[in-house]
Design a protein around this ligand. Structure first.
Ligand SMILES: Nc1ncnc2c1ncn2[C@@H]1O[C@H](COP(=O)(O)OP(=O)(O)OP(=O)(O)O)[C@@H](O)[C@H]1O
Length: 577
Protein backbone atom coordinates (compact mmCIF):
# COMPACT_ATOMS: atom_id res chain seq x y z
CA UNK A 1 0.00 0.00 0.00
CA UNK A 2 2.67 2.42 1.04
CA UNK A 3 4.07 4.65 -1.69
CA UNK A 4 1.55 3.52 -4.22
CA UNK A 5 0.37 7.06 -4.82
CA UNK A 6 3.87 8.44 -5.15
CA UNK A 7 4.96 5.88 -7.63
CA UNK A 8 1.94 5.88 -9.89
CA UNK A 9 0.12 9.15 -9.66
CA UNK A 10 -2.36 8.11 -12.29
CA UNK A 11 -3.57 5.27 -10.12
CA UNK A 12 -7.26 4.76 -9.95
CA UNK A 13 -9.33 7.12 -7.94
CA UNK A 14 -10.37 4.19 -5.81
CA UNK A 15 -6.85 3.49 -4.71
CA UNK A 16 -6.52 7.11 -3.69
CA UNK A 17 -9.27 6.52 -1.23
CA UNK A 18 -8.06 3.09 -0.30
CA UNK A 19 -4.83 4.68 0.76
CA UNK A 20 -6.84 6.88 3.05
CA UNK A 21 -8.15 3.90 4.85
CA UNK A 22 -5.10 1.72 5.17
CA UNK A 23 -7.36 -1.09 4.19
CA UNK A 24 -6.81 -3.95 1.81
CA UNK A 25 -9.96 -4.75 0.01
CA UNK A 26 -10.67 -5.47 -3.60
CA UNK A 27 -14.41 -5.52 -3.76
CA UNK A 28 -14.35 -2.50 -6.07
CA UNK A 29 -16.64 -0.35 -3.99
CA UNK A 30 -15.53 2.81 -2.25
CA UNK A 31 -17.34 1.84 0.89
CA UNK A 32 -17.33 4.04 3.88
CA UNK A 33 -16.27 0.97 5.79
CA UNK A 34 -12.88 1.52 4.22
CA UNK A 35 -12.70 4.98 5.68
CA UNK A 36 -13.82 3.76 9.01
CA UNK A 37 -11.53 0.85 9.37
CA UNK A 38 -8.51 0.96 11.58
CA UNK A 39 -9.43 4.23 13.27
CA UNK A 40 -8.71 3.82 16.92
CA UNK A 41 -6.05 6.42 17.72
CA UNK A 42 -5.73 10.10 16.90
CA UNK A 43 -3.18 9.61 14.20
CA UNK A 44 -5.72 7.52 12.37
CA UNK A 45 -7.17 10.87 11.44
CA UNK A 46 -4.02 11.41 9.39
CA UNK A 47 -3.57 10.34 5.79
CA UNK A 48 -2.01 7.10 6.88
CA UNK A 49 1.28 7.10 5.01
CA UNK A 50 4.63 8.82 5.40
CA UNK A 51 4.25 12.56 4.73
CA UNK A 52 5.69 13.83 1.44
CA UNK A 53 7.61 17.02 0.73
CA UNK A 54 6.10 19.90 -1.22
CA UNK A 55 8.39 19.14 -4.16
CA UNK A 56 7.22 15.55 -4.28
CA UNK A 57 3.64 16.69 -4.00
CA UNK A 58 4.01 19.08 -6.92
CA UNK A 59 5.79 16.57 -9.09
CA UNK A 60 3.15 13.92 -8.35
CA UNK A 61 0.53 16.11 -9.99
CA UNK A 62 1.63 17.71 -13.26
CA UNK A 63 -0.69 20.53 -14.23
CA UNK A 64 -1.89 21.09 -10.68
CA UNK A 65 0.85 23.34 -9.30
CA UNK A 66 -1.32 26.46 -9.21
CA UNK A 67 -4.20 24.63 -7.54
CA UNK A 68 -1.98 22.91 -4.96
CA UNK A 69 -0.42 26.22 -3.97
CA UNK A 70 -3.81 27.89 -3.87
CA UNK A 71 -5.29 25.22 -1.60
CA UNK A 72 -2.24 25.40 0.65
CA UNK A 73 -2.61 29.16 0.84
CA UNK A 74 -6.26 28.88 1.87
CA UNK A 75 -5.46 26.24 4.46
CA UNK A 76 -2.91 28.63 5.88
CA UNK A 77 -0.10 28.02 8.32
CA UNK A 78 -0.42 25.47 11.09
CA UNK A 79 -3.23 26.17 13.59
CA UNK A 80 -4.71 29.02 11.58
CA UNK A 81 -8.45 28.99 11.07
CA UNK A 82 -9.83 29.17 7.56
CA UNK A 83 -13.11 30.02 5.83
CA UNK A 84 -14.86 27.05 4.22
CA UNK A 85 -13.26 26.11 0.90
CA UNK A 86 -15.09 24.94 -2.21
CA UNK A 87 -12.95 22.93 -4.63
CA UNK A 88 -14.59 22.28 -7.97
CA UNK A 89 -13.84 21.09 -11.49
CA UNK A 90 -14.96 18.36 -13.85
CA UNK A 91 -14.45 14.65 -13.25
CA UNK A 92 -10.95 13.27 -12.90
CA UNK A 93 -9.24 16.63 -12.67
CA UNK A 94 -7.43 15.44 -9.56
CA UNK A 95 -9.53 17.21 -6.92
CA UNK A 96 -9.75 14.30 -4.50
CA UNK A 97 -6.22 13.02 -4.95
CA UNK A 98 -4.69 16.46 -4.69
CA UNK A 99 -6.59 17.36 -1.52
CA UNK A 100 -5.77 14.06 0.17
CA UNK A 101 -2.11 14.28 -0.80
CA UNK A 102 -2.00 17.85 0.49
CA UNK A 103 -3.16 16.53 3.85
CA UNK A 104 -0.54 13.86 3.60
CA UNK A 105 2.07 16.56 3.00
CA UNK A 106 0.79 18.74 5.85
CA UNK A 107 0.22 15.75 8.09
CA UNK A 108 -2.82 17.41 9.58
CA UNK A 109 -5.80 15.42 10.86
CA UNK A 110 -8.98 15.28 8.82
CA UNK A 111 -12.25 13.47 8.36
CA UNK A 112 -13.10 12.47 4.80
CA UNK A 113 -16.58 11.57 3.58
CA UNK A 114 -17.74 11.04 0.05
CA UNK A 115 -21.38 11.84 -0.67
CA UNK A 116 -21.19 9.10 -3.28
CA UNK A 117 -20.80 6.35 -0.71
CA UNK A 118 -22.53 8.25 2.07
CA UNK A 119 -25.67 8.55 0.04
CA UNK A 120 -28.07 9.78 2.70
CA UNK A 121 -27.87 12.28 5.56
CA UNK A 122 -27.91 9.48 8.13
CA UNK A 123 -25.01 7.60 6.58
CA UNK A 124 -23.08 10.82 6.12
CA UNK A 125 -23.62 11.97 9.70
CA UNK A 126 -22.76 8.60 11.17
CA UNK A 127 -19.66 8.24 9.05
CA UNK A 128 -18.33 11.62 10.20
CA UNK A 129 -19.09 10.77 13.83
CA UNK A 130 -17.48 7.34 13.54
CA UNK A 131 -14.27 8.91 12.30
CA UNK A 132 -14.25 11.64 14.91
CA UNK A 133 -15.00 9.16 17.67
CA UNK A 134 -12.28 6.89 16.29
CA UNK A 135 -14.86 4.17 16.09
CA UNK A 136 -14.09 1.15 13.99
CA UNK A 137 -16.97 -0.88 12.62
CA UNK A 138 -16.27 -4.56 12.95
CA UNK A 139 -17.87 -7.93 13.49
CA UNK A 140 -17.64 -7.54 17.27
CA UNK A 141 -19.88 -4.47 17.25
CA UNK A 142 -22.09 -5.87 14.52
CA UNK A 143 -20.72 -3.29 12.07
CA UNK A 144 -22.77 -0.66 13.81
CA UNK A 145 -21.98 3.03 14.04
CA UNK A 146 -20.81 4.74 17.21
CA UNK A 147 -23.96 6.88 17.27
CA UNK A 148 -27.32 6.64 15.61
CA UNK A 149 -28.01 9.97 14.01
CA UNK A 150 -30.58 10.93 11.43
CA UNK A 151 -31.60 14.51 12.12
CA UNK A 152 -29.42 17.58 11.52
CA UNK A 153 -30.37 18.87 14.98
CA UNK A 154 -29.00 15.71 16.62
CA UNK A 155 -25.97 15.76 14.39
CA UNK A 156 -24.97 19.28 15.32
CA UNK A 157 -24.94 18.37 19.01
CA UNK A 158 -23.09 15.11 18.48
CA UNK A 159 -20.50 16.54 16.14
CA UNK A 160 -19.84 19.49 18.42
CA UNK A 161 -19.20 17.12 21.30
CA UNK A 162 -16.98 14.87 19.18
CA UNK A 163 -15.03 17.80 17.76
CA UNK A 164 -14.41 19.31 21.19
CA UNK A 165 -13.09 15.97 22.31
CA UNK A 166 -10.79 15.60 19.29
CA UNK A 167 -9.51 19.17 19.57
CA UNK A 168 -8.80 18.64 23.28
CA UNK A 169 -6.86 15.53 22.44
CA UNK A 170 -5.03 17.38 19.68
CA UNK A 171 -4.12 20.10 22.17
CA UNK A 172 -2.82 17.49 24.57
CA UNK A 173 -1.08 15.78 21.73
CA UNK A 174 0.51 18.94 20.39
CA UNK A 175 4.25 18.74 20.04
CA UNK A 176 4.39 15.16 21.21
CA UNK A 177 5.12 12.15 19.14
CA UNK A 178 2.17 9.92 18.67
CA UNK A 179 2.05 6.78 20.71
CA UNK A 180 0.54 5.00 17.77
CA UNK A 181 1.17 1.44 16.86
CA UNK A 182 2.27 2.75 13.47
CA UNK A 183 5.38 4.63 12.53
CA UNK A 184 5.35 7.24 15.26
CA UNK A 185 4.05 9.93 12.92
CA UNK A 186 3.46 13.30 14.50
CA UNK A 187 0.01 14.82 14.15
CA UNK A 188 0.53 18.37 12.96
CA UNK A 189 -1.45 21.15 14.59
CA UNK A 190 -4.62 21.48 16.55
CA UNK A 191 -7.00 22.03 13.64
CA UNK A 192 -9.32 19.31 12.40
CA UNK A 193 -10.69 19.44 8.86
CA UNK A 194 -13.92 17.98 7.49
CA UNK A 195 -13.74 17.07 3.80
CA UNK A 196 -16.99 16.47 1.91
CA UNK A 197 -16.31 14.89 -1.49
CA UNK A 198 -18.75 14.55 -4.43
CA UNK A 199 -20.74 17.24 -2.72
CA UNK A 200 -22.83 17.89 -5.84
CA UNK A 201 -24.73 14.70 -5.05
CA UNK A 202 -26.25 16.24 -1.93
CA UNK A 203 -28.49 18.25 -4.23
CA UNK A 204 -29.95 14.98 -5.44
CA UNK A 205 -31.00 13.79 -2.00
CA UNK A 206 -31.95 17.12 -0.67
CA UNK A 207 -35.58 17.31 -1.67
CA UNK A 208 -36.55 19.52 1.23
CA UNK A 209 -33.49 21.72 0.61
CA UNK A 210 -32.42 21.47 4.21
CA UNK A 211 -29.25 19.39 4.12
CA UNK A 212 -27.44 21.54 1.60
CA UNK A 213 -27.74 24.81 3.55
CA UNK A 214 -27.19 22.86 6.74
CA UNK A 215 -23.86 21.46 5.56
CA UNK A 216 -22.78 24.73 3.96
CA UNK A 217 -23.65 26.48 7.19
CA UNK A 218 -22.01 23.92 9.45
CA UNK A 219 -18.97 26.12 10.09
CA UNK A 220 -21.22 29.06 10.92
CA UNK A 221 -23.34 26.96 13.24
CA UNK A 222 -20.47 25.32 15.03
CA UNK A 223 -18.49 28.52 15.43
CA UNK A 224 -15.37 26.48 16.11
CA UNK A 225 -12.32 28.19 14.60
CA UNK A 226 -10.33 24.97 14.98
CA UNK A 227 -12.57 23.21 12.46
CA UNK A 228 -11.94 23.67 8.72
CA UNK A 229 -14.50 22.72 6.07
CA UNK A 230 -13.65 21.63 2.55
CA UNK A 231 -16.27 20.84 -0.06
CA UNK A 232 -15.24 19.02 -3.24
CA UNK A 233 -17.66 19.12 -6.13
CA UNK A 234 -17.71 18.51 -9.86
CA UNK A 235 -20.19 21.31 -10.37
CA UNK A 236 -19.47 24.98 -9.90
CA UNK A 237 -20.49 27.00 -6.83
CA UNK A 238 -23.14 28.68 -8.99
CA UNK A 239 -25.04 25.42 -9.04
CA UNK A 240 -25.67 25.85 -5.34
CA UNK A 241 -26.64 29.43 -5.83
CA UNK A 242 -28.73 31.22 -3.26
CA UNK A 243 -29.79 28.06 -1.54
CA UNK A 244 -27.60 28.45 1.49
CA UNK A 245 -28.00 31.90 2.93
CA UNK A 246 -24.47 31.62 4.29
CA UNK A 247 -21.30 33.34 3.23
CA UNK A 248 -20.01 31.68 0.09
CA UNK A 249 -17.06 29.37 0.63
CA UNK A 250 -13.75 30.30 -1.02
CA UNK A 251 -13.76 28.70 -4.49
CA UNK A 252 -10.76 26.89 -5.98
CA UNK A 253 -11.18 25.76 -9.57
CA UNK A 254 -9.50 22.66 -11.04
CA UNK A 255 -9.60 23.11 -14.84
CA UNK A 256 -9.46 20.26 -17.35
CA UNK A 257 -5.95 19.23 -18.35
CA UNK A 258 -4.34 20.40 -21.55
CA UNK A 259 -2.85 17.84 -23.87
CA UNK A 260 0.64 18.81 -22.71
CA UNK A 261 -0.32 18.34 -19.06
CA UNK A 262 -1.80 14.95 -19.84
CA UNK A 263 1.45 14.05 -21.55
CA UNK A 264 3.36 14.96 -18.39
CA UNK A 265 0.93 12.96 -16.25
CA UNK A 266 1.37 9.87 -18.38
CA UNK A 267 5.13 10.32 -18.57
CA UNK A 268 5.45 10.05 -14.78
CA UNK A 269 7.44 7.00 -13.75
CA UNK A 270 7.97 5.73 -17.27
CA UNK A 271 11.11 3.67 -17.33
CA UNK A 272 11.79 3.96 -21.04
CA UNK A 273 10.86 7.60 -21.55
CA UNK A 274 11.90 7.80 -25.21
CA UNK A 275 9.83 4.77 -26.14
CA UNK A 276 6.81 5.96 -24.18
CA UNK A 277 7.10 9.45 -25.62
CA UNK A 278 7.09 8.11 -29.19
CA UNK A 279 3.98 6.11 -28.27
CA UNK A 280 2.23 9.17 -26.80
CA UNK A 281 3.07 11.12 -29.97
CA UNK A 282 0.71 8.76 -31.77
CA UNK A 283 -2.13 8.21 -29.35
CA UNK A 284 -2.49 11.20 -27.08
CA UNK A 285 -3.94 13.74 -29.50
CA UNK A 286 -6.82 11.64 -30.89
CA UNK A 287 -7.68 10.32 -27.43
CA UNK A 288 -7.66 13.80 -25.91
CA UNK A 289 -10.33 14.76 -28.38
CA UNK A 290 -12.61 12.11 -26.99
CA UNK A 291 -11.92 12.58 -23.29
CA UNK A 292 -9.52 14.36 -20.98
CA UNK A 293 -10.38 12.28 -17.97
CA UNK A 294 -7.18 10.82 -16.61
CA UNK A 295 -8.90 7.66 -15.39
CA UNK A 296 -10.50 6.86 -18.76
CA UNK A 297 -7.39 7.75 -20.75
CA UNK A 298 -5.20 5.78 -18.43
CA UNK A 299 -7.05 2.53 -19.08
CA UNK A 300 -7.08 2.89 -22.84
CA UNK A 301 -3.51 4.12 -23.09
CA UNK A 302 -1.96 1.44 -20.93
CA UNK A 303 -3.67 -1.24 -22.98
CA UNK A 304 -2.47 0.29 -26.24
CA UNK A 305 1.07 0.64 -24.91
CA UNK A 306 1.20 -3.12 -24.38
CA UNK A 307 0.17 -3.54 -28.01
CA UNK A 308 2.76 -0.97 -29.09
CA UNK A 309 5.51 -2.93 -27.37
CA UNK A 310 4.49 -6.34 -28.75
CA UNK A 311 7.00 -6.37 -31.60
CA UNK A 312 9.85 -5.50 -29.22
CA UNK A 313 12.01 -8.18 -27.68
CA UNK A 314 13.63 -5.61 -25.39
CA UNK A 315 11.31 -2.88 -23.99
CA UNK A 316 14.36 -0.98 -22.77
CA UNK A 317 15.43 -0.17 -26.32
CA UNK A 318 15.64 3.43 -27.59
CA UNK A 319 13.62 3.38 -30.80
CA UNK A 320 15.08 4.80 -34.01
CA UNK A 321 12.90 6.21 -36.79
CA UNK A 322 12.57 2.91 -38.60
CA UNK A 323 11.54 1.08 -35.46
CA UNK A 324 9.04 3.82 -34.63
CA UNK A 325 7.43 3.33 -38.03
CA UNK A 326 7.26 -0.42 -37.47
CA UNK A 327 5.73 0.00 -34.04
CA UNK A 328 3.28 2.52 -35.42
CA UNK A 329 2.03 0.22 -38.16
CA UNK A 330 1.66 -2.55 -35.60
CA UNK A 331 -0.39 -0.29 -33.34
CA UNK A 332 -2.47 1.47 -35.96
CA UNK A 333 -5.26 -1.11 -36.42
CA UNK A 334 -5.94 -1.01 -32.67
CA UNK A 335 -6.33 2.74 -32.35
CA UNK A 336 -9.77 3.27 -33.90
CA UNK A 337 -11.49 0.41 -31.99
CA UNK A 338 -9.93 1.65 -28.78
CA UNK A 339 -11.10 5.20 -29.50
CA UNK A 340 -14.61 3.92 -30.05
CA UNK A 341 -14.43 1.88 -26.90
CA UNK A 342 -13.29 4.82 -24.81
CA UNK A 343 -16.07 6.97 -26.20
CA UNK A 344 -18.56 4.21 -25.47
CA UNK A 345 -17.24 3.98 -21.91
CA UNK A 346 -17.37 7.75 -21.51
CA UNK A 347 -20.92 7.88 -22.84
CA UNK A 348 -21.94 4.85 -20.84
CA UNK A 349 -20.58 6.30 -17.62
CA UNK A 350 -22.48 9.50 -18.21
CA UNK A 351 -25.61 7.47 -18.98
CA UNK A 352 -25.07 5.43 -15.87
CA UNK A 353 -24.49 8.41 -13.66
CA UNK A 354 -27.67 9.94 -15.07
CA UNK A 355 -29.48 6.65 -14.47
CA UNK A 356 -28.13 6.45 -10.93
CA UNK A 357 -29.33 9.93 -10.24
CA UNK A 358 -32.71 8.92 -11.58
CA UNK A 359 -32.70 5.85 -9.39
CA UNK A 360 -31.92 7.98 -6.40
CA UNK A 361 -34.66 10.41 -7.32
CA UNK A 362 -37.37 7.98 -8.24
CA UNK A 363 -36.33 4.75 -6.62
CA UNK A 364 -36.40 3.04 -9.99
CA UNK A 365 -34.00 2.48 -12.87
CA UNK A 366 -34.00 4.29 -16.18
CA UNK A 367 -33.49 2.91 -19.63
CA UNK A 368 -30.60 3.83 -21.82
CA UNK A 369 -31.85 5.82 -24.74
CA UNK A 370 -29.63 4.14 -27.26
CA UNK A 371 -30.67 0.60 -26.54
CA UNK A 372 -34.02 0.92 -24.83
CA UNK A 373 -37.32 0.36 -26.57
CA UNK A 374 -38.32 3.72 -27.92
CA UNK A 375 -42.02 3.09 -27.49
CA UNK A 376 -41.56 2.63 -23.77
CA UNK A 377 -39.68 5.85 -23.24
CA UNK A 378 -41.56 8.79 -21.86
CA UNK A 379 -40.61 10.77 -24.91
CA UNK A 380 -41.94 14.27 -25.21
CA UNK A 381 -40.06 16.92 -27.07
CA UNK A 382 -40.73 19.90 -29.23
CA UNK A 383 -40.57 19.52 -32.98
CA UNK A 384 -37.38 21.53 -33.17
CA UNK A 385 -35.75 19.19 -30.63
CA UNK A 386 -36.76 16.26 -32.80
CA UNK A 387 -35.19 17.89 -35.84
CA UNK A 388 -32.08 18.51 -33.81
CA UNK A 389 -32.02 14.90 -32.69
CA UNK A 390 -32.17 13.77 -36.30
CA UNK A 391 -29.51 16.30 -37.30
CA UNK A 392 -27.22 14.97 -34.59
CA UNK A 393 -27.87 11.41 -35.71
CA UNK A 394 -26.97 12.31 -39.29
CA UNK A 395 -23.87 14.21 -38.21
CA UNK A 396 -22.70 11.26 -36.14
CA UNK A 397 -23.42 8.57 -38.72
CA UNK A 398 -22.37 10.33 -41.92
CA UNK A 399 -18.88 11.45 -42.84
CA UNK A 400 -18.71 15.23 -43.04
CA UNK A 401 -17.53 14.90 -46.65
CA UNK A 402 -21.00 13.65 -47.64
CA UNK A 403 -22.83 16.62 -46.15
CA UNK A 404 -22.59 18.68 -49.30
CA UNK A 405 -24.12 15.91 -51.39
CA UNK A 406 -26.89 15.19 -48.90
CA UNK A 407 -27.91 18.74 -48.14
CA UNK A 408 -27.97 21.82 -50.31
CA UNK A 409 -29.24 25.30 -49.67
CA UNK A 410 -32.81 24.21 -50.38
CA UNK A 411 -32.20 21.33 -48.00
CA UNK A 412 -33.09 17.78 -48.75
CA UNK A 413 -32.90 14.99 -51.19
CA UNK A 414 -33.01 16.87 -54.50
CA UNK A 415 -29.38 17.75 -54.24
CA UNK A 416 -28.50 14.21 -53.41
CA UNK A 417 -30.24 12.91 -56.51
CA UNK A 418 -28.48 15.45 -58.69
CA UNK A 419 -25.10 14.46 -57.37
CA UNK A 420 -25.87 10.82 -57.75
CA UNK A 421 -26.53 11.27 -61.46
CA UNK A 422 -23.51 13.41 -62.11
CA UNK A 423 -21.03 11.20 -60.34
CA UNK A 424 -22.22 7.72 -59.58
CA UNK A 425 -18.67 6.48 -59.04
CA UNK A 426 -17.62 9.12 -56.54
CA UNK A 427 -20.78 8.61 -54.57
CA UNK A 428 -20.13 4.89 -54.60
CA UNK A 429 -16.80 5.54 -52.97
CA UNK A 430 -18.41 7.87 -50.51
CA UNK A 431 -20.97 5.26 -49.66
CA UNK A 432 -18.20 2.80 -48.97
CA UNK A 433 -16.65 5.37 -46.66
CA UNK A 434 -20.04 5.87 -45.06
CA UNK A 435 -20.39 2.14 -44.58
CA UNK A 436 -16.97 2.00 -42.96
CA UNK A 437 -17.93 4.83 -40.66
CA UNK A 438 -21.08 3.03 -39.70
CA UNK A 439 -19.02 0.01 -38.76
CA UNK A 440 -16.87 2.16 -36.53
CA UNK A 441 -19.91 3.50 -34.68
CA UNK A 442 -21.13 7.05 -34.32
CA UNK A 443 -18.54 9.76 -34.83
CA UNK A 444 -18.16 13.15 -33.24
CA UNK A 445 -19.11 16.45 -34.80
CA UNK A 446 -18.66 20.13 -34.14
CA UNK A 447 -21.55 22.39 -33.23
CA UNK A 448 -21.24 24.31 -36.51
CA UNK A 449 -21.80 21.17 -38.53
CA UNK A 450 -24.82 20.21 -36.47
CA UNK A 451 -26.33 23.65 -36.95
CA UNK A 452 -25.71 23.54 -40.70
CA UNK A 453 -27.50 20.20 -41.03
CA UNK A 454 -30.26 21.37 -38.73
CA UNK A 455 -30.80 24.48 -40.83
CA UNK A 456 -30.95 22.43 -44.01
CA UNK A 457 -33.51 19.96 -42.78
CA UNK A 458 -35.64 22.51 -40.95
CA UNK A 459 -35.88 24.66 -44.06
CA UNK A 460 -37.70 21.70 -45.62
CA UNK A 461 -40.04 21.28 -42.69
CA UNK A 462 -40.91 24.94 -42.32
CA UNK A 463 -44.66 24.40 -42.60
CA UNK A 464 -44.68 22.06 -39.70
CA UNK A 465 -42.62 24.45 -37.64
CA UNK A 466 -44.95 27.32 -38.37
CA UNK A 467 -47.74 25.15 -37.07
CA UNK A 468 -45.77 24.55 -33.93
CA UNK A 469 -45.25 28.27 -33.46
CA UNK A 470 -48.98 28.66 -33.09
CA UNK A 471 -49.03 26.43 -30.05
CA UNK A 472 -45.72 27.61 -28.66
CA UNK A 473 -45.63 30.00 -25.75
CA UNK A 474 -44.34 32.98 -27.65
CA UNK A 475 -40.75 32.87 -26.49
CA UNK A 476 -39.45 32.46 -30.00
CA UNK A 477 -38.05 35.41 -31.84
CA UNK A 478 -39.81 35.38 -35.18
CA UNK A 479 -41.36 32.36 -36.81
CA UNK A 480 -40.20 29.38 -38.87
CA UNK A 481 -36.65 28.20 -38.85
CA UNK A 482 -35.28 31.56 -37.74
CA UNK A 483 -37.18 31.36 -34.51
CA UNK A 484 -36.18 27.76 -34.25
CA UNK A 485 -32.52 28.59 -34.59
CA UNK A 486 -32.82 31.05 -31.75
CA UNK A 487 -33.44 28.34 -29.18
CA UNK A 488 -31.40 25.62 -30.77
CA UNK A 489 -28.64 25.83 -28.17
CA UNK A 490 -31.13 25.33 -25.40
CA UNK A 491 -32.59 22.38 -27.29
CA UNK A 492 -29.12 20.95 -27.73
CA UNK A 493 -28.46 21.26 -24.05
CA UNK A 494 -31.73 19.50 -23.29
CA UNK A 495 -30.78 16.66 -25.58
CA UNK A 496 -27.41 16.43 -23.86
CA UNK A 497 -29.12 16.33 -20.50
CA UNK A 498 -31.33 13.53 -21.70
CA UNK A 499 -28.26 11.74 -23.07
CA UNK A 500 -29.59 11.66 -26.59
CA UNK A 501 -26.44 13.54 -27.48
CA UNK A 502 -23.24 13.34 -25.47
CA UNK A 503 -20.64 15.98 -25.17
CA UNK A 504 -17.02 14.97 -25.69
CA UNK A 505 -13.96 16.92 -24.67
CA UNK A 506 -13.10 20.02 -26.62
CA UNK A 507 -10.90 19.61 -29.63
CA UNK A 508 -7.47 21.07 -28.81
CA UNK A 509 -6.97 22.27 -32.36
CA UNK A 510 -10.33 23.86 -32.95
CA UNK A 511 -10.89 24.71 -29.30
CA UNK A 512 -14.56 23.79 -29.68
CA UNK A 513 -16.62 21.12 -27.98
CA UNK A 514 -17.49 18.05 -30.01
CA UNK A 515 -20.69 16.09 -29.71
CA UNK A 516 -21.86 12.60 -30.54
CA UNK A 517 -25.34 11.20 -31.05
CA UNK A 518 -26.14 8.20 -28.88
CA UNK A 519 -29.46 7.26 -30.44
CA UNK A 520 -29.82 4.04 -32.36
CA UNK A 521 -30.87 3.99 -35.98
CA UNK A 522 -34.14 2.42 -34.91
CA UNK A 523 -34.90 5.32 -32.63
CA UNK A 524 -33.83 7.95 -35.16
CA UNK A 525 -36.17 6.44 -37.75
CA UNK A 526 -39.07 6.64 -35.35
CA UNK A 527 -38.56 10.30 -34.53
CA UNK A 528 -40.12 11.61 -37.76
CA UNK A 529 -43.21 9.50 -37.09
CA UNK A 530 -43.92 11.40 -33.91
CA UNK A 531 -43.08 14.76 -35.43
CA UNK A 532 -46.68 15.88 -35.40
CA UNK A 533 -47.40 14.76 -31.87
CA UNK A 534 -48.74 18.14 -30.76
CA UNK A 535 -49.36 17.04 -27.21
CA UNK A 536 -45.67 16.53 -26.73
CA UNK A 537 -44.87 20.21 -26.97
CA UNK A 538 -44.46 22.47 -23.99
CA UNK A 539 -43.58 20.25 -21.08
CA UNK A 540 -41.77 21.63 -18.06
CA UNK A 541 -38.53 20.15 -16.84
CA UNK A 542 -37.27 19.96 -13.28
CA UNK A 543 -35.84 23.18 -11.95
CA UNK A 544 -32.40 21.80 -11.17
CA UNK A 545 -32.16 20.45 -14.70
CA UNK A 546 -33.00 23.91 -15.92
CA UNK A 547 -30.28 25.43 -13.78
CA UNK A 548 -27.87 22.80 -15.04
CA UNK A 549 -28.74 23.75 -18.61
CA UNK A 550 -28.29 27.44 -17.98
CA UNK A 551 -24.99 26.77 -16.26
CA UNK A 552 -23.95 24.56 -19.09
CA UNK A 553 -24.65 27.18 -21.67
CA UNK A 554 -22.85 29.80 -19.62
CA UNK A 555 -25.64 32.27 -20.21
CA UNK A 556 -24.89 34.15 -17.04
CA UNK A 557 -28.44 33.63 -15.85
CA UNK A 558 -27.62 31.84 -12.65
CA UNK A 559 -29.79 34.09 -10.58
CA UNK A 560 -32.86 33.12 -12.55
CA UNK A 561 -33.75 30.40 -10.19
CA UNK A 562 -37.44 30.60 -9.70
CA UNK A 563 -40.47 28.77 -10.79
CA UNK A 564 -41.91 31.67 -12.76
CA UNK A 565 -38.99 31.80 -15.14
CA UNK A 566 -38.98 28.06 -15.45
CA UNK A 567 -42.60 28.07 -16.51
CA UNK A 568 -41.83 30.63 -19.16
CA UNK A 569 -39.04 28.64 -20.72
CA UNK A 570 -40.55 25.26 -19.96
CA UNK A 571 -41.98 24.82 -23.42
CA UNK A 572 -38.55 24.80 -24.92
CA UNK A 573 -37.35 21.66 -23.23
CA UNK A 574 -38.09 18.01 -23.48
CA UNK A 575 -39.45 16.28 -20.45
CA UNK A 576 -36.71 14.38 -18.72
CA UNK A 577 -38.55 12.96 -15.77
N1 LIG B 1 -2.30 15.85 -12.27
C1 LIG B 1 -2.39 14.53 -12.07
N2 LIG B 1 -1.29 13.79 -12.00
C2 LIG B 1 -1.34 12.48 -11.80
N3 LIG B 1 -2.47 11.78 -11.65
C3 LIG B 1 -3.63 12.46 -11.70
C4 LIG B 1 -3.66 13.86 -11.91
N4 LIG B 1 -4.93 14.28 -11.92
C5 LIG B 1 -5.69 13.19 -11.73
N5 LIG B 1 -4.92 12.10 -11.60
C6 LIG B 1 -5.37 10.73 -11.37
O1 LIG B 1 -6.64 10.60 -11.98
C7 LIG B 1 -7.49 9.81 -11.17
C8 LIG B 1 -8.76 10.58 -10.84
O2 LIG B 1 -8.43 11.66 -9.98
P1 LIG B 1 -9.39 12.17 -8.83
O3 LIG B 1 -10.31 11.09 -8.35
O4 LIG B 1 -8.56 12.84 -7.82
O5 LIG B 1 -10.22 13.23 -9.63
P2 LIG B 1 -11.49 14.05 -9.15
O6 LIG B 1 -11.34 15.40 -9.77
O7 LIG B 1 -11.64 13.97 -7.67
O8 LIG B 1 -12.66 13.26 -9.87
P3 LIG B 1 -14.22 13.19 -9.48
O9 LIG B 1 -14.79 14.57 -9.68
O10 LIG B 1 -14.73 12.21 -10.47
O11 LIG B 1 -14.29 12.74 -8.05
C9 LIG B 1 -6.70 9.46 -9.93
O12 LIG B 1 -6.14 8.20 -10.08
C10 LIG B 1 -5.61 10.49 -9.90
O13 LIG B 1 -4.45 10.02 -9.27
Amino acid sequence: MAKEKEETPQVSRRSTRYSLSNSNTNNGIETEKLNESCKTTLDNLLFGQEPISLDDLLSCFPGRRVQILEVLRHLGPINSSMPPMFIYGSASTGKTSVVLQIFRHLNRPFVYVSCLTCYSPRILFESILNQLLLHKKNAANGYSSAKKCEKPSDFINLIREALINVIDRLNGNSGKMSTSKSKGVQVNGRMIYLIFDSFELVREWDKSSTILPFLFGLADNLKMPKVGMIFISNTSPNMYHSSTGYIDPVPVYFPEYTEEELRQIFMINQVNRKLYSSFLDIVLRPFCRVTRRVDELSTAISMLFKKYCEPLSDVGVVPNEEMKRKLFSHLQPHIAPSLNEIFRVASQSSLESEANQETRRKGSGRKSVSCGDFDEIDFHMSTSAKYLLISAFLASRNPATLDASFFDSTGGSDGRKRKRKSSEKTTGKKEAAEQELLMKGPGTFALERLLAIFQCITSVGEDLLDEEDEVDDGLRVGGGSNGLMSDVLLQLSSLCNGNFIVKGASCPLEGSTRYRSTVSEELALKVPKVMDDKEAIGKVIKIDTFVAIVEDLKLGLYSIYNQHMLEQVGGLFLVIL
